[in-house]
Design a protein around this ligand. Sequence first.
Ligand code: F6R
Length: 246
Amino acid sequence: MPLIRQHADKTSAAKAVAQEIAELIGLRSLSGKKTVLGLATGSSPLALYAELIRLHRDEGLSFKDVIFFNLDEYVGLGADHPHSYRHFMEQNLFHSIDLPKSSTHIPDGLSKDFSAECQAYEDRIKSVGGIDLQILGIGRTGHIGFNEPTSAETCRTRHVTLNAITRVDNAGFFGSPESVPKEALTMGVGTILEARKIALLAFGAGKAEIVLRAFREKPNGHCPATWLQLHPDCTFHLDAAARSSL
Ligand code: F6R
């Protein structure tokens, strides 16, 4: 079962998770190893990325030995598109820390061959020894990454169709649900479950019901976040509002 850590607010949660990341980077670099971090986009990790930037700027935390893999990307949006997840990551983290661009990985939503792109993504994760710590948010549909309801626990990085609720929830960035891309490339649930450690971030009353389902339901594909119950080292970082139904 995932652990629950309740924080006073999302800023305190961000500080705690950023500290964990800093310690992980420090420990691994002591033994000459790179750290492999899995990242999410969306509103939940924004304060975490701001804190990582602060640790870099004010406390000298270096990311030159970190390799990054993002969960997902919209189909049809390239790096220059203001709503692509590549653009989001550049703006909210990558531009402000010390890293070679070659250490960041996000599925290519403009690929001409999605199945080859997804297989190559899996291969790249394997070739660096797997993900040490995966950051996740959770969607109202119970999605992790863009693994929408009916996603099996064994599914791998692949081309998916977004749920209508997800497109409504993400409409803020695009102006209307109709403008949100219908498809995405996402790491699979099986890919996510292979990360050695998982930190899921959820804040606000809007997440309370799905957090409750993720905990109380038996693991099932209709609420993909329930698959996290199968992971041996997963923590849900919540504020009081997101935890309120538990
Ligand atoms: C983003 C992602 C999604 C989000 C989820 C929550 O890369 O994979 O699973 O984490 O939709 O989004 P927010 O944080 O905006 O509520």
